[in-house]
Design a protein around this ligand. Structure first.
Ligand SMILES: NC(=O)C1=CN([C@@H]2O[C@H](COP(=O)(O)OP(=O)(O)OC[C@H]3O[C@@H](n4cnc5c(N)ncnc54)[C@H](O)[C@@H]3O)[C@@H](O)[C@H]2O)C=CC1
Ligand SMILES: O=C(O)CCC(=O)C(=O)O
Length: 444
């Protein structure tokens, strides 16, 4: 049996109840086959794949907090410190009722390769809780965040593990967590990224994931002799990634006609009004029905459906496994040219294969959404030197990082005779650096 098959079997047996983690591992190991085959004896002896698929450590803890009625509530907190071969653990905190250890492990595993692709010295980790910030008062959110950090603060630090935002964790939550860390540890250090601008945050971090997604999409189009100008784009999600992806796509001359949240979706043939979307989602924290109520050209539909709208480019920016095989078929039938993932693993394995087999240029999230964590690493640099760079400086660095990622994954795919397979290219390029660092550091 090949080394890849042997490890896949072992990972499946060990993590049978974690489908998202298995999906992420399968995607990576399948595309690493040619690299592993070329080094099979050495990697097997070093148990490299067993080590890279096993987190350094998994933390799970109780998060008790008191709600506005005086009732004690209990949530579960997680932090998976996956791999710190190339730098301190780095990755966001997801606050959503669906969070469990398998989801945090898949996100942490993806983060290892993504962070390597940025070219910056950051290892991979992820965390979160099954706490749902939706519908909670600011005081309840603060109570949760303070309790969460009271435990987490024992395991993180500016040179150890630097969490950030993800679904459900935005500037408000990061602020409460930073305050509690400072209070307990008595240290003012860059222990979190995505901080507010008055206390160590970086300009352009808020925009970075969405903007970065568009920088790499633009480079992809350019390298295929196309531009963003005049293209019709469909976007899913209406959170941090989606909002700034829509904004940058429009600045590039494209028309974005959809967005969605967990209850419904908007079709706005005149193009999404970003200012209104920001007001509805960032200020009021309301449903998309409010967008539709305020905008004549917009249609609101319950459920999911953005992928049925005809487009040139599709950008899934909501959550994992939101673009399924039937959606892929619809996109291909409608002439979609490119799919670039803003979310983490939004496309199922069979949908990815269908898109690739049908000539759609497909960039996976660990490459195309890496602009967020890359800019977090730039925030860490600014914190270390106790300086703040201008928006233009950070944005220019972000753009260069995304263009470099495109060419690195393109080159890696070509080196293994898989030209145009950006999933393989991303996994190979991300893996090579981590593997070399792991081997150099001995058995650990
Ligand atoms: N915020 C960041 O810097 C980064 C985020 N990501 C990924 O991007 C995705 C979105 O994250 P954020 O925008 O930060 O979160 P967010 O919490 O700001 O927004 C998430 C949005 O997706 C919607 N959503 C959630 N589940 C949905 C579903 N089943 N169907 C349709 N819409 C749904 C929510 O209603 C919300 O509008 C996640 O996969 C996250 O892991 C990836 C890289 C960096
Ligand atoms: O900015 C960060 O550290 C984390 C971003 C993140 O969670 C992600 O890339 O999925």
């Amino acid at each position: 049996m090949s080394y890849v098959d042997e490890v896949l079997e072992r990972v499946k047996a060990k993590n049978a109840s974690e489908p998202e983690f298995l999906q992420a591992v399968e995607e990576v190991l399948e595309s690493l086959r040619p690299v592993i085959e070329a080094n099979e004896e050495k990697y097997r002896k070093e148990a490299l794949l067993e080590r890279i698929t096993e987190p350094d450590r998994q933390l799970k803890f109780r998060v008790p907090w008191v709600d506005d009625k005086g009732q004690v509530q209990v949530n579960t907190g997680y932090r998976v410190q996956f791999n710190n071969s190339i730098g301190p653990y780095k990755g966001g905190l997801r606050l959503h009722p669906s969070v469990n250890i398998g989801i945090i492990k898949f996100l942490g595993f993806e983060q290892v390769f993504k962070n390597s692709l940025t070219g910056l010295p950051i290892g991979g980790g992820k965390g979160g809780s099954d706490f749902d910030p939706k519908g909670k008062s600011d005081r309840e959110v603060m109570a949760f965040c303070q309790s969460f950090m009271t435990e987490l603060c024992k395991y993180i630090g500016a040179d150890v593990d630097v969490p950030a935002g993800d679904i459900g964790t935005g500037a408000r939550e990061i602020g409460y967590m930073f305050g509690q860390y400072k209070r307990i540890r008595g240290m003012y250090e860059g222990v979190l990224t995505g901080k507010g601008l008055t206390y160590g945050g970086s300009l352009a971090r808020t925009e970075a994931t969405g903007y970065g997604l568009l920088y790499i999409t633009e480079e992809l189009m350019k390298c295929h002799g196309e531009s963003m100008e005049g293209k019709t784009v469909v976007v899913s999600g209406a959170g941090n990634v989606a909002i700034y992806a829509i904004q940058k796509a429009q600045q590039m001359g494209a028309k974005v006609v959809t967005c969605s949240d967990s209850t419904g979706w908007i079709y706005d043939p005149e193009g999404i009004d970003v200012a209104l979307l920001k007001e509805v989602k960032e200020v009021k924290r309301a449903r998309l029905t409010e967008y539709a109520a305020a905008r004549k050209s917009a249609e609101y539909h319950e459920g999911r459906g953005v992928w049925q709208i005809k487009c040139d480019i599709a950008l899934p920016c909501a959550t994992q496994n939101e673009l399924l095989i039937d959606d892929a078929k619809q996109l291909v039938a409608n002439g979609c040219k490119a799919v670039c993932e803003g979310a983490n693993m939004p496309t199922t394995l069979d949908a990815t294969k269908y898109l690739q087999d049908n000539g759609v240029w497909f960039i996976c999230g660990k490459a195309s959404n890496a602009g967020g964590v890359a800019t977090s690493a730039l925030e860490m640099s600014q914190n270390s030197e106790r300086l703040s760079w201008t928006f233009e400086e950070v944005d220019a660095k972000l753009k260069q990082i995304m263009v470099n990622i495109y060419h690195n994954i393109d080159d890696a795919a070509k080196r293994y005779n898989m030209e145009g397979n950006y999933v393989a290219g991303a996994n190979i390029a991300g893996f090579e650096k981590v593997a070399e660092a792991m081997l150099a550091q001995g058995v650990c």
